[in-house]
Design a protein around this ligand. Structure first.
Ligand code: ATP
Ligand code: MG
Length: 267
């Protein structure tokens, strides 16, 4: 049994650290500094935030940012209710009022006006101005803003501006070392380490192709899916194909090459 993956505090989502990120998170929270997490898809960013929020006993609000997400979606808006207009807090405003953690996932996707509300909240002012109500909320000491993005998907139009980026303490995420990743995938899927090891080895080979033939390598998330399918009784090759190859590419040539590579690694 892996002690690291089974925290003694109940209801804390399991998280295997890759470095000193847990201490860094806690220190940033203590010092009221906002945090930026960057790294490839499925490497544990969301799990890390959930783990830390539970460990610190803070309520967590997660917002998945997208092209159409505006500042008002985060702060709130007036809604019509039975002829009256009633103010309704958005998720960011609620998190500030509650003194919890607000986690903005894929923050680069959000509209530009989002930066306007994030800036005063992420420097030493720590205030959230609600333009519509005229309120100016001071964030309580326990409030923390965490944002994440995947630098791989970024294009020039969507890059974070330096004035935004330089308001955060940043942590770079990457996949776990081989043995650690085997432990995590085994704990998450139920498949034993001997069954997981060849999958992790295959994933590591496929990750090396990132940028050449593939936009992204196999994530830990896909490894967990694959191992879960095998644990449930699916033949290994079928599971690998559905969980580790098909999600990576739609190119017939690349797919064929990956299947061939799989055959040579999974004997
Ligand atoms: N360090 C880790 N400890 C425990 N589980 C992990 C870890 N890294 C990855 N996982 C597993 O991988 C899955 C995917 O991780 P997670 O959702 O946190 O990725 P992410 O980095 O947020 O990806 P995305 O950028 O796509 O949102 C988790 O649900 C968990 O099963
Ligand atoms: Mg995530």
């Amino acid at each position: 049994m892996n002690v690291m993956l089974r925290p003694s505090v109940p209801d804390v989502p399991a998280y295997a650290p890759n470095g000193n990120e847990c201490a860094l998170f806690e220190t940033a929270w203590t010092r009221q500094l906002p945090l930026l997490l960057k790294g490839p898809t499925g490497c544990g960013k969301t799990r890390f935030v959930a783990h830390m929020a539970a460990k610190l006993g803070l309520p967590l609000t997660t917002v998945s940012c997208h092209d159409d997400l505006t500042a008002a979606d985060l702060t709130g808006r007036y809604l019509l209710k039975g002829g009256d207009t009633v103010w309704s807090d958005g998720p960011l405003t609620r998190a500030v009022r509650d003194g919890g953690i607000c986690y903005l996932d894929e923050v680069v996707e959000a509209r530009k006006d989002v930066a306007v509300v994030l800036h005063p909240l992420t420097d030493d002012r720590r205030i959230l101005p609600l333009e519509r109500t005229g309120e100016e909320l001071a964030a309580p000491v326990s409030f923390m803003l965490v944002v994440s993005y995947n630098p791989g998907y970024q294009n020039l139009l969507k890059a974070l501006k330096p004035s935004t980026r330089q308001r955060f303490v940043a942590i770079e995420f990457d996949f776990l070392p081989r043995e650690r990743e085997i432990e995590v995938v085994s704990a998450e899927s139920g498949l034993d380490a001997a069954g997981v090891a060849p999958l992790v080895d295959l994933a590591r080979r496929l990750r090396a192709l990132k940028g050449v033939d593939l936009e992204e390598g196999v994530s830990t998330r896909l490894l967990v899916y694959c191992a879960s399918l095998i644990d449930a009784g699916l033949p290994v090759r079928e599971a690998v194909r559905s969980a580790m190859i098909e999600p990576l590419t739609d190119e017939p040539d690349v797919r064929a090459a990956l299947i061939e590579l799989t055959g040579s690694i999974l004997r």
